[in-house]
Ligand binder design. Structure first.
Ligand SMILES: Nc1ncnc2c1ncn2[C@@H]1O[C@H](COP(=O)(O)OP(=O)(O)OP(=O)(O)O)[C@@H](O)[C@H]1O
Ligand SMILES: [Mg+2]
Length: 254
């Protein structure tokens, strides 16, 4: 059993014999905004993909709302993914559909709305991410930042209880980035949504996170509030948050 809302317990994962996760554990509370940070290639995206069965763990356990989810059969994953939405690192919008049609798609499919009702709802969801005026544009006509915001609107369309954000502000201008930050904070504060956010973006990490999990060498090295992280005497943590190239930290591939 797990009493945490979301819990990774002793998770290991290797690709072609090369270990990525080596017994990582992390508990996330309901309504919390938990950030996962760490160097490129350390296993941040892999970690969150495990939660919705996009990748399978080798050993360990993953719990969500009192149930084990790491061994669910394929047919049980659709209901899980309705409760836990994911905004991917790169945009996954359909190029042949307008933004409104993209956001309406899950509403028609899972929300069982009519075509017109789904489109009306989609426009409201796009307004939530400041994209109302672009509802009738195609993804190819937009900037990366606009596509990212539309992808967030699509994930939020089904009102998931948990949203996994994989680098939601990477590549955005500072104004758009802070808007995304504010949206994540509001989702948690006003709707009680739980968020797990993978990020490299210091203003997001220090401005939005309730707690931060620092992934290093295949385990969660530290879990701390942003203030605790800043004050941490740990040399690896300090090297990461100050962005120094020299220090104890090794980066895979460098
Ligand atoms: N489907 C896969 N097949 C094989 N190897 C994979 C797969 N997915 C991830 N990996 C490997 O697992 C390691 C961790 O990848 P992951 O995508 O989680 O990194 P990350 O921490 O999200 O990095 P970044 O900050 O660059 O996005 C990398 O070495 C990557 O090559
Ligand atoms: Mg990644």
């Amino acid at each position: 059993m797990s009493t945490a809302f979301i819990e990774f317990r002793g998770v290991t994962k290797a690709f072609s014999g090369k270990p990525v996760l080596r017994g990582m554990s992390l508990a996330v509370d309901k309504g919390e905004v938990m950030f996962i940070i760490g160097t490129s290639g350390v296993g941040k995206s892999v970690t969150i993909k495990h939660l919705i069965g996009l990748l399978r763990i080798d050993e360990g356990e993953i719990w969500f709302d009192g149930a084990r989810v790491d061994q669910l059969p394929e047919r049980a994953l659709a209901p899980l993914r309705k409760r836990i939405g994911m905004v991917f690192q790169s945009s996954t919008l359909f190029d042949s559909m307008t933004l409104a049609e993209n956001v309406a798609l899950p509403l028609r499919k899972h929300g069982k709305l009519s075509h017109n009702d789904a489109l009306a709802e989609a426009r409201e969801r796009l307004a939530q991410v400041y994209m109302a005026e672009y509802a009738d544009r195609y993804p190819a006509e937009l900037s990366d930042g606009m596509r990212k915001r539309a992808a967030i609107a699509r994930t939020l369309a089904l009102s998931p209880e948990v949203v996994l954000f994989d680098e939601p502000t990477t590549g955005l201008d500072p104004v758009s980035a802070r808007r995304v930050d504010r949206l994540i904070r509001e989702l948690a504060d006003k709707l009680g949504m739980t968020a797990i956010v993978v990020s490299h973006d210091p203003p997001s990490i220090f401005g939005v996170a309730d707690r931060v999990a620092f992934l290093y060498r295949g385990v969660v090295h530290v879990v701390a509030t942003p203030a605790e992280l800043r004050a941490s005497p740990d040399p690896v943590v300090q090297q990461f948050i100050t962005g120094r190239s020299k220090g104890p930290m090794e980066t895979p591939g460098f």
